[in-house]
Design a protein around this ligand. Structure first.
Ligand SMILES: [Zn+2]
Length: 204
C-alpha cells in the first residue's frame, strides 16, 4: 500500500478515507490461467466440450466487473432549493462479497438535502454502481456512497438505505433466503426523526 496516498487522503469523520475511485485493471492473462486452474481444482476437464471457452468467459466477466467505468459522476448544478429533500430509489446494483467472492444484489435508496450544489439525477445510480463494482461489504458500500455524495455536493445531510440479497447466505452456509437492510443516516437524517421518517416513507 502506498503510504503517501494514505496520507494525502487523510481521515475524514474518523473513518478511513482511503477510497479508490478509478476502476482497478485486471491481470487478464493471469485470470485466464486461473480460470483453467479453477476447473482443474474442482475435478473438471478444461478440454471437454462445453468447458473449452469457460476460462475465457470467466476472465471476461471478471474484467468487465472490475473495470466497470461509471462515466461522469460529478456533474452538479447550483440551486437555491436547499430546503428540499431529494430522494432517489429503485437503483439496483450487483456487487461481490469480499468474504466469499460471491455476488450480492442491493436495492439502493439515496436521500439528501442539497446545500447549493445539486447532483444530476443519473449520477446517483452511477455513484452506486461505481462503488458496487469491486470487492465489497454491504455496510461499506452504503458508507462509500454517502461519502461520495458529501464529497461532490458538500452537504452533510445524506441518507443511504440498502436492501441486499447475498448469494453467500442463500446458496451456501445456512442456505436461507433473507434480505439484509443497512442504513447510513447523516446530518439531519440522524438528528431529526421527522426528516428521517419522511425519507423512509418516501422510499417505501
Ligand atoms: Zn459473503
Amino acid at each position: 500500500m502506498n503510504i503517501d496516498h494514505l496520507r494525502s487522503n487523510g481521515h475524514r469523520n474518523g473513518r478511513s478515507a482511503l477510497v479508490q475511485r478509478k476502476p482497478k485493471r485486471v491481470d487478464y492473462p493471469r485470470l485466464l490461467a486461473l480460470g483453467r486452474e479453477l476447473l482443474l481444482a474442482i475435478g473438471e476437464d478444461p478440454e471437454r466440450e462445453g468447458l473449452q471457452e469457460t476460462p475465457r468467459r470467466w476472465a471476461d466477466s471478471w474484467r468487465e466487473f472490475m473495470e466497470y467505468d461509471p462515466g461522469t459522476t460529478e456533474t452538479t448544478f447550483s440551486s437555491s432549493a436547499s430546503d428540499q429533500m431529494v430522494c432517489v430509489s429503485g437503483i439496483r446494483v450487483a456487487s461481490l462479497c469480499e468474504h466469499h467472492l460471491l455476488p450480492f444484489w442491493c436495492d439502493v435508496s439515496i436521500g439528501y438535502i442539497p446545500n447549493e450544489k445539486v447532483l444530476g439525477l443519473s449520477k446517483f445510480a452511477r455513484i452506486a454502481q461505481q462503488f458496487a463494482h469491486r470487492l465489497q461489504l454491504q455496510e461499506q458500500l452504503g458508507q462509500q456512497i454517502a461519502d461520495e455524495i458529501t464529497r461532490i455536493t458538500g452537504t452533510q445531510n445524506v441518507a443511504v438505505v440498502l436492501k441486499g440479497e447475498h448469494y453467500c447466505m442463500t446458496a451456501r452456509g445456512i442456505r436461507s433466503p433473507g434480505r439484509m437492510t443497512s442504513s447510513v443516516m447523516r446530518g439531519v437524517f440522524r438528528t431529526e426523526s421527522l426528516t428521517r421518517m419522511e425519507f423512509l416513507r418516501l422510499i417505501e
